[in-house]
Design a protein around this ligand. Structure first.
Ligand SMILES: [Zn+2]
Ligand SMILES: [Zn+2]
Length: 449
């Protein structure tokens, strides 16, 4: 395990001291839950002082009464679209979007144009992140050359160049033989393999979840078993090879059951669910709005319930956004032709807060924990609020009412499925690696007065 801040980012000069006064501090992983003055000095959490008592020379004091301080979030599943898709996103805009969402670190997928399958690609991206990234960014390399699903990449070489893991995300590993070989090579390279689980034979030309809504709309469906059967295959292979896997964007109740059974059988398997799969269903697709088109698709209410139960039971390890920026021309077309994927970094926790925490469906502490636990699946230490830790924290106003997207986006793309939605709770400030990575605009004005 290494700290998130060892990923690449524009670290900059050592920041001055900050005091978050009278904040409700919650770090469930470390058993911290109380009102404190959070003192940040030399980039570290120096002290959790009694409320109103911290006095630090030269510190910026932020009045945080009634606001939450959480460990900052970590997203193991982000598409930064560089190289080749900079009209949709790049390291600078994507990492700014992450900071605005309360994230102190993200992992970027390798399905760029061209895909990241060479050590030199990893080196180039890391160098770019060192000048452009507002928060630490890790870069995954592909599992197979060109994401063709046939020939494995030089995994040990990619690891030596600093790859954060491996994934052909965007596409499944169709061949069980190639998957098995990748798991054997993982024993040497050591890094996590993240999987987009889908059987292309079952998905066919599907554009949404297969069920009553797809039947009613006359659209071709992607059945839940397209996902769950591949997870079962790969869990069996991981067990056989004594390897480990991370399953991306779980969407179906059958998949939750497979992961539960695999964990019970001792498979080293972790998995993630997205805010959109946790809060929306295929009912949204009745609008034929392409902003509700993604892969895996929004599924039925019973699937959504199973994902929430999976967070509670521990079957699902973390919440990840699968932030997938697309330029407008790929979304402003008929549903069948539209690109799959939605942005998500800037709304992730506000959506979870509004849709499942405030209604009492999911415990606040559990949700906060799941927003950063994805780090551990990739051998990174989840952020901590314990004194002595590097300051990776988010200041969150649980009462702030706002409309998603009304003030624009930090991301270069606007394909959010939550655009226009009224949300309760907003990230006011993000500290990453001790630095202020983000300050919400109206809040920043408040501080200056
Ligand atoms: Zn995927
Ligand atoms: Zn993805």
């Amino acid at each position: 395990m290494k700290p998130v801040s060892e990923l690449d980012w524009r670290r900059g000069e050592a920041p001055g001291p900050v005091v978050l006064s009278r904040a409700s501090v919650l770090d469930p992983r470390r058993g911290i839950d109380g009102v404190h003055d959070v003192v940040v000095r030399d980039g570290q959490i120096a002290e959790l002082a009694p409320p109103g008592e911290a006095e630090v020379d030269g510190a910026e004091v932020v009045e945080a009464e009634g606001k939450h301080v959480f460990p900052a979030f970590f997203d193991p599943h982000v598409h930064l679209r560089t190289p080749g898709g900079e009209d949709a996103e790049d390291i600078e805009t994507g990492s700014r979007a992450a900071a605005a969402g309360g994230y102190c670190g993200i992992l970027a997928m390798a399905n760029t144009k061209p895909p990241i399958d060479q050590a030199a690609d990893i080196t180039a991206l890391r160098e770019r992140a060192a000048t452009d990234a507002s928060v630490p960014v890790g870069f995954l390399a592909t599992v197979t050359m060109g994401m063709q699903g046939a020939e494995l990449t030089e995994m040990a070489e990619l690891r030596d160049a600093g790859a954060a893991g491996f994934s052909d995300d965007g596409l499944p590993l169709r061949s069980a033989r190639v998957m098995r070989r990748a798991l054997q090579y993982q024993q040497l390279a050591g890094l996590q393999i993240a999987l987009h689980e889908e059987d292309p034979e079952l998905s066919g030309k599907g554009v949404m979840h297969e069920g009553p809504v797809s039947a009613m709309l006359g659209l071709e469906g992607i059945p839940s078993v397209s996902e769950s059967t591949m997870i079962a295959r790969d869990a069996a292979l991981a067990l056989y090879e004594e390897a480990r896997i991370h399953v991306q964007h779980l969407s179906a109740k059958e998949s939750v059951a497979v992961v539960e059974a695999a964990k019970a059988a001792g498979v080293a398997i972790t998995c993630e669910a997205t805010p959109h799969h946790l809060t929306l269903t295929d009912e949204e697709v009745r609008s034929l709005d392409a902003h509700f088109k993604m892969n895996p698709p929004l599924r039925a209410e019973t699937d959504r319930q199973a994902l929430i139960e999976g967070l509670r039971s521990g079957a699902i390890d973390c919440i990840a956004t699968d932030h997938a920026p697309h330029p407008p021309q790929t979304k402003e077309v008929p549903f069948e032709q539209a690109a799959m994927g939605v942005t998500g970094l800037e709304t992730a926790f506000a959506v979870i807060h509004t849709e499942v925490i405030l209604p009492g469906v999911l415990d606040l502490g559990l949700a906060v924990e799941k927003m950063s636990s994805g780090a551990a699946a990739f051998d990174l230490d989840p952020p901590s609020l314990q004194p002595g830790s590097e300051a990776n924290l988010v200041l969150f106003d649980p009462a702030a009412e706002w409309e998603a997207g009304a003030d624009g986006w930090e991301s270069r793309s606007e394909n959010s499925c939550f655009s226009g939605r009224q949300l309760t709770g907003r990230v006011l400030m993000t500290l990453a690696g001790g630095h202020v990575a983000y300050r919400q605009r109206s809040f920043a004005m408040g501080v200056a007065e």
